[in-house]
Design a protein around this ligand. Structure first.
Ligand SMILES: [Zn+2]
Length: 86
């Protein structure tokens, strides 16, 4: 696919896990679709993905409080219709 930054047809999407915040406000999101460019060596998320990350961080209630300390684990694919078992 085309890289949004350098325009080369050298970008691929990879799934990465990112941590946001810390302690009780920690949010871990697994399998975020992140774009990696093999030409300019940048990695970034699309505007849509960034918006969804914001939405997840703001909508913490009712999520899987796996560790019981207020931190949050979310698998990206669980946010759309293709929910899948772990
Ligand atoms: Zn690039």
């Amino acid at each position: 696919m085309k890289c949004e930054l350098c325009g080369a047809q050298a970008a691929v999407t990879k799934k990465t896990t990112k941590n946001f915040g810390r302690g009780a406000s920690l949010v871990v999101i697994e399998d975020i679709p992140t774009i990696h460019c093999t030409n300019c060596h940048e990695s970034y998320v699309t505007a849509d993905t960034a918006r969804e990350i914001d939405r997840i961080r703001k909508n913490r209630s009712g999520r899987d409080d796996r560790k019981g300390d207020g931190s949050l684990f979310v698998t990206w694919s669980a946010n759309d219709s293709c929910r899948r078992p772990k």
